[in-house]
Design a protein around this ligand. Sequence first.
Ligand SMILES: NC(=O)c1ccc[n+]([C@@H]2O[C@H](COP(=O)([O-])OP(=O)(O)OC[C@H]3O[C@@H](n4cnc5c(N)ncnc54)[C@H](O)[C@@H]3O)[C@@H](O)[C@H]2O)c1
Length: 301
Amino acid sequence: MDGIHKGIQKVGVVGFGIMGSGIAQICAQAGYETYVSEIEKKLIDQGLERIERFLEKSVEKKKISLDDKQAAMGRIHGASTMDHFNDCDLVIEAVNENMELKKKIFRALDTVCKEDAILATNTSSLSVIDIAKETKIPDRVAGVHFFNPVPLMKLVEIVKSIVTDDGVIERCREFCVTIGKTPIIAKDSPGFILNYLQYPFRLNAIRMVENGIASKEDIDAAAKFGLGHPMGPLELQDMVGLDTTLSAVDDIYNMTKDPNFAPPMLMRKMVSAGWLGKKTGKGFYEYDENGKKILTRELIR
Ligand SMILES: NC(=O)c1ccc[n+]([C@@H]2O[C@H](COP(=O)([O-])OP(=O)(O)OC[C@H]3O[C@@H](n4cnc5c(N)ncnc54)[C@H](O)[C@@H]3O)[C@@H](O)[C@H]2O)c1
């Protein structure tokens, strides 16, 4: 694994959706030649448009210059195959949260990438060792978990599987610093650090609504004005999507049987009803077509 200590020059990103495009953007802005792959060209174009819009706003706000924007865009190279990852020093997988899909991607990366490349997954909840064991060199596989929206969220969790090489973790940590992030290191354990902390908090907020302990507005106000959180747990839950969180906490509960992660019945009912939050216009609160909260009747009884 000696080569692993060489500097990272070229970065690959598999999947150019919400997270992949954010990751590619910040890598390109930090000066890395960045290679991305998607299942079809249309999705590459959409990802590039998303980045272009973000950078355009940054130019308008005078956070970056027009030259910076153009230089960053010029460093992003898209393709619908993975062949151009052969020369990358670090490849970050950001495809859909599906174990079989991720395993397939890692088997392919294992063949395409050079032996000293680091292979990373942006998974939020899947086991890194289960993904790593699909490769011939599982000790070069780590989790590098970014948060949404990637260009704005400072935190990155680096996840060390039971076999990940310490040198790989150190290189990932150094890399995160070069792209302006604050890395923290976690074991390959359900929820890693942040979600292990925050899911029970959000589920407790839902249990309080379910049990009629307080109104949703007052629960959110407690977190904002008493704990200094930028958003209340129910507002945050609406933003993330109830279905997304339900699937994640179900997974953690099934793995750990820890009652802190048992989803409240109200959450299941809301997901069944299609009250998923902002994306469906209704969750704990109601939203207009621009995603703005509508102050209206109590939805939850
Ligand atoms: N959205 C979030 O808030 C968030 C936060 C942290 C981590 N994550 C994790 O990041 C990963 C990606 O999530 P997302 O929200 O960006 O999803 P997304 O649906 O926006 O993007 C996933 C992309 O992967 C592409 N893809 C699928 N198969 C592919 C293949 N074989 N080759 C190349 N591309 C392929 C899809 O076409 C899609 O564009 C997931 O593991 C998710 O759990 C998401």
